[in-house]
Design a protein around this ligand. Structure first.
Ligand SMILES: NC(=O)c1ccc[n+]([C@@H]2O[C@H](COP(=O)([O-])OP(=O)(O)OC[C@H]3O[C@@H](n4cnc5c(N)ncnc54)[C@H](OP(=O)(O)O)[C@@H]3O)[C@@H](O)[C@H]2O)c1
Length: 328
């Protein structure tokens, strides 16, 4: 095992150019943790927020960006069960994925689903943990319900469309360009709304309203989402790309028995994330192995080009996930 590794650090808060290559000590796995030799690391919007100084990592997490990776388990800490040296896994990380080695709780590792390569597997953890916990565990989506996801072509959106469809929901999605709308339709959305041309409120209300909305936009969408919900509808908020403040008529929440909720994954306890991992392995991994759900990969960059990967994500033309190739 080498003592040092290549990594990408956030040299100061700023644009993609503040991501610079550095050398760090290889971390040591602690109680219940494994050390991964990273093959691919997923790139997520929260990494860009962290880079810009808008999303501080939890105090115990690595300051290096990177919330998910695939690779080989090369060492295990005390008390690890169910994962062994030599296993290839994909894993949710507390941080630190933009590096040759990273430590993470063994309970946050999942096997590489049959039929996927390591690049595809690195696209899974952050979005699948987020979508499963928010749409199914928190939002309680059921077969036959009308489900609306905003940002349908994002990493989160492409995952949400496929999972909601696989579990029998009627899926509606919004996106900001025709190619993005076409991608959402291909993944299983029965109706895709180009929000530059159509009003999602009108489209969904004509269908009887949305039973569940997964939203990352916020801002002006908050009041419009509430109008869009059917009686007993649920709004699950996972980000506020347009801002977190809105003026709301809460009488609507009372009169139509609505639920407004939301969550962020990263600050949750190790145990909470381990429970999500267990549900994913039992209920979703078989769907991936059967080819019914698949990660959508937009592009791959080498680790040294992490700044280019962030620039691509922030340009907003990508469809699905961006990954960093760290090793073969
Ligand atoms: N709560 C959690 O635990 C959690 C976990 C992971 C990610 N997230 C959040 O989920 C969102 C999606 O993450 P991702 O990694 O899938 O990101 P992504 O691929 O970069 O997607 C962002 C999407 O938002 C849409 N969008 C709408 N309004 C936007 C605006 N004002 N600025 C930028 N984009 C806008 C964009 O599509 P259009 O071009 O169609 O508008 C784009 O598809 C992010 O906001 C992220 O922070 C939350």
């Amino acid at each position: 095992m080498p003592e040092t590794m290549r990594a990408i650090e956030i040299s100061k808060p700023g644009g993609p150019e503040v991501l610079v290559e550095t050398t760090r000590p290889v971390p040591t796995p602690g109680l219940g943790q494994v050390l991964l030799r990273v093959a691919y690391a997923g790139v997520n919007r929260p990494d860009a927020l962290q880079r810009a100084g808008l999303y501080a990592p939890p105090p115990t997490a690595s300051d290096l960006p990177g919330l998910e990776a695939s690779g080989e388990v090369v060492a295990v800490g005390p008390g690890v069960e169910g994962v062994a040296k030599g296993d290839f896994v994909c894993a949710l990380l507390p941080g630190g994925g933009y590096a040759e080695y990273v430590v993470t709780p063994a309970a946050h590792c999942l096997p590489i689903p049959a039929g996927l390569n390591l690049g595809q597997a690195a696209c899974l953890p952050e979005t699948f943990f987020t979508v499963w916990s928010n749409v199914f565990m928190r939002g309680g989506l059921r077969g036959g319900e009308r489900f609306l996801v905003h940002g349908g072509s994002s990493g989160i959106g492409t995952t949400a469309i496929q999972l909601a469809r696989a579990f029998g929901a009627r899926v509606f999605a919004t996106a900001g360009s025709d190619p993005k709308c076409a991608a959402c339709a291909e993944l299983g959305a029965e109706r895709v709304i180009n929000y530059r041309q159509e009003d999602f409120v009108d489209v969904l209300r004509a269908e009887g309203g949305a039973n569940l909305i997964l939203d990352m936009v916020g801002g002006s969408y908050i009041a419009r989402n509430i109008k869009t919900l059917a009686d007993e509808g649920r709004l699950v908020q996972i980000a506020f790309l347009q801002g977190p403040k809105a003026e709301i008529n809460f009488a609507q929440v009372m009169m139509r028995r609505l639920t407004i909720t939301g969550s962020t994954l990263r600050p949750q306890s190790e145990l909470a994330k381990a429970r999500i991992a267990e549900e994913l392995e039992a209920q979703v991994w078989p769907l991936i192995a059967a080819g019914r759900v698949a990660p959508v990969m937009d592009s791959s960059f080498v680790l040294a080009d992490a700044a280019k990967a962030h620039a691509r994500m922030e340009a907003g033309d990508h469809i699905g996930k961006i990954v960093l190739k760290v090793a073969d």
